[in-house]
Design a protein around this ligand. Structure first.
Ligand code: ITT
Length: 192
């Protein structure tokens, strides 16, 4: 089975491709700019994006699309940057976020991923994944992308950036959401 993942983020794509291989699913990257509406809801953002991309690719003979919208929610900052994570990463970056948390004891945070799949035969379906953890004091590690160097999931001594893709996939919000998608796809295929 082949699914088409619309993302410009190579790190995301690599994680999802690695995970998919253990389900016998092939993931291809559609490097199409995702329309990101402004909203406080990752669900709304990804639903809008998947419909827009689906309409664009259907005429090219591609009949399924998956998009993912993710964010880092920091408790002491009342959920900031959340749905604005991509913009915040590009502007103030990892150092800027650490600055906002200077002298703050509560380091609790979570990553959330919302994955939306759409195809002609299976319709639209949403899957979510969350990983809880904390923001460390200093960036650590060289792997991954985005806020990986400052996020340490509970149950590990390593930040995401100190983990291989396989290790990160044992914890991450993304792997949780995509695992649900892959299990569902397998169950739907076995019914046909
Ligand atoms: P798309 O093309 O898939 O939209 P993107 O990087 O813009 O790629 P998002 O819109 O989902 O992705 O933005 C989420 C941002 O949140 C992302 O740019 C990172 O800065 C951060 N983020 C999300 N998941 C992350 C992860 O697993 N590790 C580190 N940072 C992450």
């Amino acid at each position: 089975m082949i699914i088409y993942f619309a993302t410009g983020n190579k790190g995301k794509f690599h994680e999802v491709k690695t995970l998919a291989s253990s389900y016998g699913i092939v993931v291809k990257q559609l490097d199409i700019k995702k329309v990101e509406i402004q909203s406080d809801s990752l669900e709304e953002i990804s639903l809008y994006a998947v419909r827009d991309i689906y309409n664009k690719v259907i005429s090219k003979g591609i009949d399924n699309v998956v998009v993912e919208d993710a964010g880092l929610f920091i408790e002491a900052l009342r959920g900031f940057p959340g749905p604005y994570s991509s913009y915040v990463y590009k502007t103030i970056g990892v150092r800027g976020v650490l600055k906002l948390l200077e002298g703050v004891d509560n380091r609790k945070a979570f990553f959330k991923a919302v994955v939306v799949f759409k195809s002609s035969s299976l319709g639209e379906r949403i899957f979510k994944g969350i990983v809880h953890g904390e923001i460390v004091e200093e960036p650590r590690g060289i792997y991954g992308f985005g806020f990986d160097p400052i996020f340490k999931p509970y149950g590990s001594d390593k930040t995401f950036a100190e983990m291989t893709v396989q290790e990160k996939n044992k914890f991450s919000h993304r792997s949780k959401a995509f695992t649900e998608l892959f299990k569902w796809l397998k169950s739907m295929v076995s019914k046909t």
